[in-house]
Design a protein around this ligand. Structure first.
Ligand SMILES: N[C@H](CCC[C@H](N)C(=O)O)C(=O)O
Length: 264
């Protein structure tokens, strides 16, 4: 079973590249993504190369499917370009969370994607107290669910303590991704991520879109925002109607052949 591993600002994915149909169950997906007994990744991307309907299925580490992944889509766009499946630019890719438009830049080192429109009030902002901290939560959808929390000191420790609690709040029937955000200035956000179905990650594309969209709607940033995360920076541009353009890096890491013994 073959995969090609890429990372996008430190958020790593395995692109399934065997000819046979993808048939791993949730437990097997978790094992393949495991960083000691498996290949190690934040998820698996299963492309569909039908030139009339380029598409991708996105699996989280827990085996759940995600409607959209910004870093995953930059990786997929690069993979389609690497493999010669696309010759025209830009090109559209279908996801469960809607269609996006991709443009490979700088010989594949960067990709920009029109990610669709941020949807607010899914549900309305609400307050909670967790670990003795009063928090104002700002839900937003990029096709997948997000919850933006503005804090003084975003940190990995904070993301790991509050992230899983917010991920599973009753207000999010499909769970949610969580972003802990500090507004550095009107053009820069500092963000730590807790991903639904994955856990702590070094960056997230849809989270970057979500954080920038909520900050813009609150009047805290301009239309062009750099989102700084431990794994790297993702550039966001917001239209007046909160259509989101995302641009960021992609790096191909390795071609990998998984041995069935991995599942023993
Ligand atoms: N865990 C997310 C999908 C991956 C998001 C992230 N890796 C990105 O780059 O957008 C979810 O369940 O919605």
């Amino acid at each position: 079973m073959h995969f090609i591993k890429y990372h996008a600002a430190g958020n790593d994915y395995l692109v399934y590249s065997s000819q046979s149909p993808f048939e791993l169950n949730a437990a097997q997906i978790t094992r393949v993504c495991e960083r000691h007994q498996g290949l190690g990744a934040d998820g698996i991307l299963v492309p569909s190369f039908d030139p009339e309907h380029l598409a991708v299925t996105i699996y989280n580490v827990d085996g759940s499917q995600a409607e959209k992944s910004g870093n995953g889509l930059r990786i997929l766009a690069r993979h389609l370009w690497d493999q010669g499946h696309v010759t025209e630019q830009p090109f559209k890719v279908h996801t469960a969370g809607g269609e996006v438009t991709c443009q490979v830049l700088e010989k594949g080192a960067r990709v920009s994607i029109e990610m669709g429109q941020a949807q607010f009030n899914v549900p309305e902002p609400f307050a909670v107290t967790l670990e003795g901290q009063a928090l104002e939560l700002h839900p937003v959808s990029m096709g997948n669910p997000h919850c933006v929390v503005f804090v003084e000191q975003p940190s990995e420790a904070l993301a790991r303590v509050l992230g899983p609690q917010i991920e599973r709040l009753a207000q999010f029937p499909k769970r949610t991704n969580v972003q802990f955000v500090r507004v550095l200035d009107r053009s820069n956000l500092l963000v730590q991520i807790w991903e639904r179905g994955v856990g702590y990650t070094l960056s997230s594309g849809t989270s970057s879109c979500a954080a920038a969209a909520v900050a813009r709607r609150l009047g805290l940033v301009e239309r062009d925002v750099a989102v700084h995360m431990p794994g790297g920076t993702i550039e966001i541009t917001l239209s007046d109607t909160f259509d989101v353009l995302m641009q960021g890096p992609v790096c191909r890491v390795a071609s990998m052949a998984l041995d069935k013994e991995c599942f023993a």
